[in-house]
Design a protein around this ligand. Structure first.
Ligand SMILES: Nc1ncnc2c1ncn2[C@@H]1O[C@H](COP(=O)(O)OP(=O)(O)OP(=O)(O)O)[C@@H](O)[C@H]1O
Ligand SMILES: [Mg+2]
Length: 206
Protein backbone atom coordinates (compact mmCIF):
# COMPACT_ATOMS: atom_id res chain seq x y z
CA UNK A 1 0.00 0.00 0.00
CA UNK A 2 1.10 3.59 -0.52
CA UNK A 3 3.26 5.69 1.73
CA UNK A 4 2.49 9.39 1.32
CA UNK A 5 4.72 11.97 2.96
CA UNK A 6 4.30 15.69 3.60
CA UNK A 7 7.26 18.02 3.50
CA UNK A 8 7.98 21.70 3.87
CA UNK A 9 9.69 24.32 5.98
CA UNK A 10 8.31 25.27 9.40
CA UNK A 11 4.63 26.25 9.56
CA UNK A 12 4.05 25.34 5.92
CA UNK A 13 0.73 23.69 6.83
CA UNK A 14 1.68 20.01 7.04
CA UNK A 15 -0.30 19.21 10.18
CA UNK A 16 -3.30 21.15 8.88
CA UNK A 17 -3.28 19.32 5.56
CA UNK A 18 -2.72 15.87 6.98
CA UNK A 19 -6.09 16.10 8.71
CA UNK A 20 -7.85 16.98 5.45
CA UNK A 21 -5.88 14.28 3.65
CA UNK A 22 -6.89 11.54 6.04
CA UNK A 23 -10.57 12.40 5.58
CA UNK A 24 -10.18 12.70 1.82
CA UNK A 25 -8.43 9.35 1.47
CA UNK A 26 -11.37 7.74 3.26
CA UNK A 27 -13.80 9.56 0.99
CA UNK A 28 -11.86 8.28 -2.03
CA UNK A 29 -12.33 4.74 -0.79
CA UNK A 30 -9.29 3.92 1.34
CA UNK A 31 -10.00 1.20 3.86
CA UNK A 32 -7.70 2.36 6.62
CA UNK A 33 -5.43 5.39 6.83
CA UNK A 34 -2.63 5.61 9.39
CA UNK A 35 -1.39 9.11 10.14
CA UNK A 36 2.02 9.42 11.70
CA UNK A 37 4.94 11.82 12.05
CA UNK A 38 8.66 12.35 12.32
CA UNK A 39 10.46 12.90 14.48
CA UNK A 40 8.69 11.35 17.43
CA UNK A 41 6.28 8.93 15.78
CA UNK A 42 7.12 6.29 18.40
CA UNK A 43 7.86 6.31 22.14
CA UNK A 44 11.57 5.78 21.44
CA UNK A 45 11.39 8.44 18.73
CA UNK A 46 9.89 10.93 21.20
CA UNK A 47 12.96 10.50 23.43
CA UNK A 48 15.28 11.02 20.47
CA UNK A 49 13.30 13.99 19.25
CA UNK A 50 13.40 15.57 22.71
CA UNK A 51 17.17 15.14 22.73
CA UNK A 52 17.65 16.74 19.31
CA UNK A 53 15.03 19.49 19.39
CA UNK A 54 14.59 20.51 23.03
CA UNK A 55 17.93 20.05 24.75
CA UNK A 56 19.30 23.31 23.39
CA UNK A 57 22.17 23.27 25.89
CA UNK A 58 23.67 20.23 24.13
CA UNK A 59 26.21 20.81 21.42
CA UNK A 60 25.03 18.24 18.90
CA UNK A 61 27.12 18.08 15.73
CA UNK A 62 25.31 18.08 12.38
CA UNK A 63 26.60 14.55 11.63
CA UNK A 64 25.31 13.31 15.02
CA UNK A 65 21.97 14.90 14.17
CA UNK A 66 21.81 12.90 10.94
CA UNK A 67 22.31 9.67 12.91
CA UNK A 68 19.79 10.62 15.59
CA UNK A 69 17.05 11.50 13.10
CA UNK A 70 17.87 8.27 11.23
CA UNK A 71 17.58 6.31 14.49
CA UNK A 72 14.17 7.88 15.10
CA UNK A 73 13.26 6.90 11.54
CA UNK A 74 14.52 3.32 11.89
CA UNK A 75 12.26 2.81 14.91
CA UNK A 76 9.37 4.53 13.12
CA UNK A 77 9.70 2.37 10.01
CA UNK A 78 10.01 -0.90 11.94
CA UNK A 79 7.31 -0.19 14.50
CA UNK A 80 4.73 1.84 12.57
CA UNK A 81 5.23 2.26 8.83
CA UNK A 82 6.22 -1.23 7.68
CA UNK A 83 3.58 -3.12 9.68
CA UNK A 84 0.86 -0.72 8.51
CA UNK A 85 1.86 -1.02 4.85
CA UNK A 86 2.02 -4.81 5.16
CA UNK A 87 -1.48 -4.84 6.63
CA UNK A 88 -2.67 -2.94 3.58
CA UNK A 89 -3.16 0.53 5.06
CA UNK A 90 -2.45 3.90 3.57
CA UNK A 91 0.30 5.55 5.59
CA UNK A 92 0.61 9.32 5.70
CA UNK A 93 3.72 10.65 7.40
CA UNK A 94 4.32 14.23 8.47
CA UNK A 95 7.99 14.39 7.32
CA UNK A 96 10.33 11.58 6.23
CA UNK A 97 13.83 11.16 4.70
CA UNK A 98 13.49 14.28 2.54
CA UNK A 99 13.34 16.39 5.70
CA UNK A 100 16.75 15.08 6.69
CA UNK A 101 18.18 15.80 3.27
CA UNK A 102 16.74 19.32 3.28
CA UNK A 103 17.41 20.32 6.92
CA UNK A 104 20.71 18.54 7.53
CA UNK A 105 21.76 19.37 3.98
CA UNK A 106 21.11 23.03 4.75
CA UNK A 107 23.23 22.60 7.87
CA UNK A 108 26.13 21.60 5.65
CA UNK A 109 25.97 17.80 5.53
CA UNK A 110 26.56 16.07 2.20
CA UNK A 111 23.45 14.68 0.55
CA UNK A 112 25.24 11.36 -0.16
CA UNK A 113 26.12 10.98 3.53
CA UNK A 114 22.54 11.63 4.64
CA UNK A 115 21.20 9.22 2.01
CA UNK A 116 23.68 6.49 2.98
CA UNK A 117 22.87 6.73 6.70
CA UNK A 118 19.14 6.70 5.98
CA UNK A 119 19.48 3.78 3.61
CA UNK A 120 21.04 1.79 6.44
CA UNK A 121 18.23 2.87 8.75
CA UNK A 122 15.23 2.14 6.55
CA UNK A 123 16.47 0.06 3.60
CA UNK A 124 13.90 -0.12 0.82
CA UNK A 125 11.04 2.00 2.18
CA UNK A 126 10.38 4.91 -0.16
CA UNK A 127 7.40 7.26 -0.37
CA UNK A 128 5.13 6.69 -3.35
CA UNK A 129 4.05 10.30 -3.28
CA UNK A 130 5.50 13.30 -1.47
CA UNK A 131 3.55 16.52 -1.11
CA UNK A 132 5.77 19.56 -0.67
CA UNK A 133 3.88 22.49 0.79
CA UNK A 134 5.93 25.35 -0.50
CA UNK A 135 5.80 28.73 1.22
CA UNK A 136 8.28 31.61 1.15
CA UNK A 137 10.31 31.98 4.33
CA UNK A 138 8.56 35.30 5.02
CA UNK A 139 5.29 33.40 5.35
CA UNK A 140 6.90 31.11 7.95
CA UNK A 141 7.93 34.25 9.83
CA UNK A 142 4.37 35.64 9.73
CA UNK A 143 2.77 32.37 10.79
CA UNK A 144 5.19 31.75 13.65
CA UNK A 145 4.73 35.36 14.82
CA UNK A 146 0.97 34.81 14.85
CA UNK A 147 1.38 31.71 16.98
CA UNK A 148 3.80 33.49 19.33
CA UNK A 149 6.56 31.09 18.31
CA UNK A 150 9.01 33.52 16.74
CA UNK A 151 11.74 32.21 19.06
CA UNK A 152 11.61 29.00 17.02
CA UNK A 153 12.71 30.90 13.97
CA UNK A 154 15.45 32.80 15.70
CA UNK A 155 17.08 29.53 16.65
CA UNK A 156 17.13 28.49 13.00
CA UNK A 157 17.40 31.76 11.13
CA UNK A 158 15.80 32.97 7.94
CA UNK A 159 18.88 32.28 5.81
CA UNK A 160 19.01 28.68 6.98
CA UNK A 161 15.32 28.12 6.20
CA UNK A 162 15.82 29.64 2.75
CA UNK A 163 18.53 27.03 2.14
CA UNK A 164 16.14 24.30 3.30
CA UNK A 165 13.58 25.58 0.80
CA UNK A 166 16.23 25.52 -1.94
CA UNK A 167 16.88 21.85 -1.18
CA UNK A 168 13.18 21.09 -1.55
CA UNK A 169 13.13 23.01 -4.85
CA UNK A 170 15.97 20.80 -6.08
CA UNK A 171 14.13 17.64 -5.07
CA UNK A 172 11.02 18.69 -6.99
CA UNK A 173 13.20 19.19 -10.06
CA UNK A 174 15.01 15.87 -9.63
CA UNK A 175 11.98 13.69 -8.95
CA UNK A 176 8.94 15.35 -10.54
CA UNK A 177 6.79 12.19 -10.44
CA UNK A 178 7.18 11.47 -6.74
CA UNK A 179 7.84 14.92 -5.32
CA UNK A 180 4.96 17.33 -5.97
CA UNK A 181 5.06 21.01 -5.17
CA UNK A 182 1.89 22.67 -3.97
CA UNK A 183 1.61 26.38 -3.35
CA UNK A 184 1.20 26.46 0.43
CA UNK A 185 0.10 30.10 0.51
CA UNK A 186 -3.33 29.23 -0.90
CA UNK A 187 -6.37 28.74 1.32
CA UNK A 188 -6.24 25.47 3.30
CA UNK A 189 -9.38 24.16 1.57
CA UNK A 190 -7.92 24.82 -1.88
CA UNK A 191 -4.65 23.08 -0.97
CA UNK A 192 -6.60 20.12 0.39
CA UNK A 193 -8.54 19.89 -2.89
CA UNK A 194 -5.33 19.80 -4.93
CA UNK A 195 -3.78 17.13 -2.72
CA UNK A 196 -6.97 15.09 -2.95
CA UNK A 197 -6.82 15.28 -6.75
CA UNK A 198 -3.16 14.20 -6.79
CA UNK A 199 -4.02 11.18 -4.64
CA UNK A 200 -7.09 10.37 -6.70
CA UNK A 201 -5.07 10.33 -9.93
CA UNK A 202 -2.23 8.38 -8.41
CA UNK A 203 -3.96 5.79 -6.26
CA UNK A 204 -7.62 5.54 -7.23
CA UNK A 205 -7.61 5.79 -11.01
CA UNK A 206 -9.09 8.81 -12.77
N1 LIG B 1 -3.05 27.51 3.97
C1 LIG B 1 -2.88 28.25 5.07
N2 LIG B 1 -3.04 29.57 5.05
C2 LIG B 1 -2.84 30.32 6.15
N3 LIG B 1 -2.48 29.82 7.36
C3 LIG B 1 -2.29 28.50 7.44
C4 LIG B 1 -2.48 27.63 6.32
N4 LIG B 1 -2.22 26.37 6.70
C5 LIG B 1 -1.89 26.42 8.00
N5 LIG B 1 -1.93 27.71 8.46
C6 LIG B 1 -1.61 28.17 9.81
O1 LIG B 1 -0.19 28.19 9.89
C7 LIG B 1 0.25 27.65 11.11
C8 LIG B 1 1.10 26.42 10.84
O2 LIG B 1 0.28 25.39 10.32
P1 LIG B 1 0.60 23.87 10.61
O3 LIG B 1 0.78 23.63 12.06
O4 LIG B 1 -0.42 23.07 9.89
O5 LIG B 1 2.01 23.76 9.85
P2 LIG B 1 3.16 22.69 10.06
O6 LIG B 1 3.85 22.62 8.74
O7 LIG B 1 2.61 21.44 10.61
O8 LIG B 1 4.07 23.42 11.12
P3 LIG B 1 5.16 22.84 12.12
O9 LIG B 1 6.44 23.21 11.49
O10 LIG B 1 4.89 23.58 13.38
O11 LIG B 1 4.93 21.38 12.27
C9 LIG B 1 -0.99 27.36 11.94
O12 LIG B 1 -1.22 28.44 12.79
C10 LIG B 1 -2.08 27.21 10.88
O13 LIG B 1 -3.33 27.58 11.39
MG1 LIG C 1 3.24 20.24 12.23
Amino acid sequence: MPLITLEGIDASGKTTQIKYLQKNLYSLGADKVIVTQEPGGTVVGKEISHLVLKRKELDIYPSTEVFLFAADRAQHVMQVIKPALTEGHFVVSDRFVDSSIAFQGAAGMQKEFIQAVNHLAIADIKPHLTIWLDIPVEVTVERLDKRGESDRLESKGVVYLQRVRDFYTQMAENEPYRFKRIDGTQKPEEIAKQIRQLCKDRFFGR
